[in-house]
Ligand binder design. Structure first.
Ligand code: PLP
Length: 373
């Protein structure tokens, strides 16, 4: 294979390594999207998606869009939320901030509540805001990927219920890594994507929401053509199709990835994610490194690790890449403070152990070779 395209162990917070079974499903099909075969795949994919989330198809529905996770977020923010709705965007990291940025493009009445990145979301402040004026919608992320911390979605959902707001949650990087009870958390719309913990390549976004909310969408004037949820929902429901040419092979492969979760069992998947992340974190601590915010509700998907004193991210990234491992650096205020390692996707215990050995080599090379970094 072309040296440029060699296989890396993707320990970055997306994309992730994919199982051979999913890869085979992706390349093994040539079907048309206006054919019965595609409708069957789409139908099974939507059913499996609800199944793994423990939701009933009477109450909830799924739309699958060609595009990365942001396409799902933009679809909700431009078409489930109407132009006259007021929106409160809560954030304490990059991905929550992006929701507020997209919302501001479509919804003039978007206000945001920003807290320092990585600080615990202050529920008293959130409640004070909700009590001070009526908001139609609240937006937040479940797993703030940029810090690795889970956000108190259930508590915010309870506040939304109390003050009559709808809740939109970006669960892109927590879906199939950390449990989220959509119904108990009073979530109206939720998004995720193919390229994270479900274990598929990037390219598809899933929007899950209350069926009656999807049914109302066609009442709003369209503000975006390609990402208009009303169009997608209508095509899915009435024809078992998508309005435009979808990434057909990705639909087939995502369906296969969901089949695998259904076969394994959802609880087993969460257990395996939590086992892998513990193995990584124990190993990292064993090397004398520390995690950002040990005392928080950390996700099963991504670990934020403090950069060793005196080591630049670029040095660490390059040395790890030479050994076949891809990691990412910190964003915004966390740049040059942390690096991020994911344990999502098709990663075995042996990969984690080998990664830790590679990391140890980086740490010792710096000492013995006096490499300037
Ligand atoms: C990865 C991710 C997204 C989507 O990013 P894309 O670049 O569109 O794939 C959105 N939200 C969160 C929390 C994410 O981790």
């Amino acid at each position: 294979m072309d040296e440029q395209l060699k296989h890396y162990c993707l320990m970055c917070p997306g994309p992730v390594n994919v199982s051979p079974r999913v890869l085979e499903a992706m390349v093994g099909c040539e079907i048309g999207h206006r054919e019965e075969e595609f409708s069957q795949i789409l139908c099974e994919l939507r059913d499996n998606c609800l199944k793994v989330m423990g939701l009933s198809s009477d109450e909830y529905a799924v739309v699958c869009l060609t595009g990365s996770g942001s396409a799902g977020n933009e679809a909700v923010l431009c078409s489930a939320i109407s132009a006259t709705d007021s929106v409160l965007a809560l954030y304490n990291g990059e991905f929550g901030r992006r929701l507020s940025e997209i919302s501001s493009l479509y919804n003039p009445q978007t206000q945001y509540h920003e807290q320092p990145w990585g600080s615990k979301l202050d529920l008293a402040q959130v409640e004070a805001l909700l009590a001070s004026q009526h908001f139609d919608w609240v937006t937040m992320v479940h797993h703030e990927t940029s810090t690795g911390e889970l956000q108190p979605v259930e508590a915010v959902g309870a506040l939304c219920k109390k003050y009559g707001a709808k809740l939109f949650v970006d669960a892109v990087s927590s879906f199939m890594a950390d449990p989220l009870d959509i119904s108990a958390a009073n979530i109206t719309m939720m998004t995720t994507s193919s390229g994270k913990a479900v274990g598929m390549v990037p390219g598809l976004a899933l929007v899950v929401g209350k069926r009656r909310e999807f049914e109302r969408l066609s009442n709003f004037p369209a503000r975006n053509y390609y990402l208009n949820l009303a169009r997608h929902y209508k095509f899915h429901e009435t024809l078992g199709q998508t309005p435009n040419t979808p990434a057909i092979s990705l639909f087939v492969a995502l369906n296969e990835a969901l089949r695998i979760v259904v076969e394994e069992g959802v609880q087993e998947r969460f257990k395996s994610q939590s086992h892998k992340v513990k193995r990584l974190r124990d190993g990292v601590r064993g090397l004398g490194l520390s995690l950002l915010h040990e005392d928080r509700d950390l996700s099963n998907a991504v670990s934020s690790i403090c950069l060793p004193a005196g080591m630049s991210f670029e040095y660490l990234r390059t040395r790890l890449r030479e050994q076949g491992y891809i990691v990412y650096g910190g964003k915004g205020p966390l740049q040059e403070k942390i690096f991020q390692v994911s344990t999502m996707g098709c990663i075995e215990d042996s990969d984690i152990d080998a990664f830790l050995a590679a990391l140890e080599l980086c740490l010792s090379a710096r000492v013995t070779d006096k490499i300037c970094c």
